[in-house]
Design a protein around this ligand. Sequence first.
Ligand code: SF4
Length: 455
Amino acid sequence: MLNLKILFLDIYKNEGFRINKDVNGGFGTGNNYAGGFFTKLLAKYQKESIFWPPLYLASTMGVVDSFGHKCKYTTNLKDANYDFDIFILSSSIVACETEIKAIQYLKTFDVPILVIGPFASTCPTKYIENGANVLVGESDTALLTNPEILNKLKTKGGLIYPSNKPGSIEKLPLPSWGEIFKHKKCVMGFLGSGYSLPIYASRGCPYSCFNYCTYPLQQGRNLRNESIKRLVNQIEFYINTLKVKSFLFRDPVFTINRKRVIDICKEIIRRKLKIVWGAELHLKDIDNELASIMSKAGLRIVFVGIESINPESIKRTKRQNAPIDKQLSSIKILEKNGISVKAMFIFGFPGDNLNNALKTINYALKLPITYLQFSVFTPYPGTPIFSEYKNKLTAKNYEQYTQWDLVFNHENMTNYDIKFLLDKSYKSFYSSFFRLSKIFYRIVKIEIRKKFGLL
Ligand code: SF4
């Protein structure tokens, strides 16, 4: 069937904090920091200044659009009507019950509903019980090789298992950001004003911390790369068509292949692109040469997971952190090159206790970083570590899995301890005049680079 009219729905729960369905391997998070005045203010600021839909939805829309179907994107359920032939819905753990209510409403139109994304793919039962079809696996590469899936959707719902494994990402059409921007623009306040886009140079992560991490659940543990030429063409295309000047690389570990990173940066520099960008990377990969070329190419913020300084927690989660002295030297190199470091830590890891958590806060406060994030250890369904926790869960529904709420009975800590630690860590870090001035100075420099290509 050609020329189907398809509505892509990206539905969010209305909360006082930001919900993002793209992060956390596509399971999503909700910045429900804590009950204190300061953390509430921070959560509200982030809600206002950051929004982007899940990349898997934009990319799937690009694939469906390339088949000649007419696609529309919305975050508003009321845009659904009898004109559409199919509804395609993004899924997440953090808005799961809201998505289920949306499906119940969409059923009244009596057309097939397809739910996509890593969470529904891992936990399809609730979606199917409510009458949706769930595509198991990576929706964009699966649909590209099996376009007939769209013609086989059932109005009563069911599971769809495409026969292929995650395919090459080089053959994918571009994500439909132009269509999405007609409804809602993507913004990332930490990369300055104007429009921003998430993008990826690779998918997949081979590291051993897949034990508790959701990224490899959908992307797999094999690295799949985008060609450098196509990647930078994409960046140039969005600069010229959508006036986007900032990009966030959503690769699980951007620096996993040093030579490729250098080649990507060289190509951005060669084309004189006045962009700023961010990426998640590992501190063990950083040296002066790499930081310098990434900075010249526009890298202005990096996200680095340190998680905990408690050796027992690191061991039990099968994480491989850089040694403490390497963490410090890499952070200094990055910050010296004008790249803001956001260090990310987790409270409530296996073996964690109040004393260790306070030590981790003290360690974090001494680091020469620009931003800090503390979240809460969450055993996600589908990850190997989940089997250790499934009988200890206290969460009544999936939407409590915000990554800022304790969803299980911790061996040493209570929910009260966790909220106390969150409030203390954010307040101690962000209430410093010196740190706020540094953030302000960095944002001003980002604006200058975007405007003049300098700094
Ligand atoms: S390095 Fe570990 S935590 Fe990071 S994406 Fe890979 S598996 Fe997940």
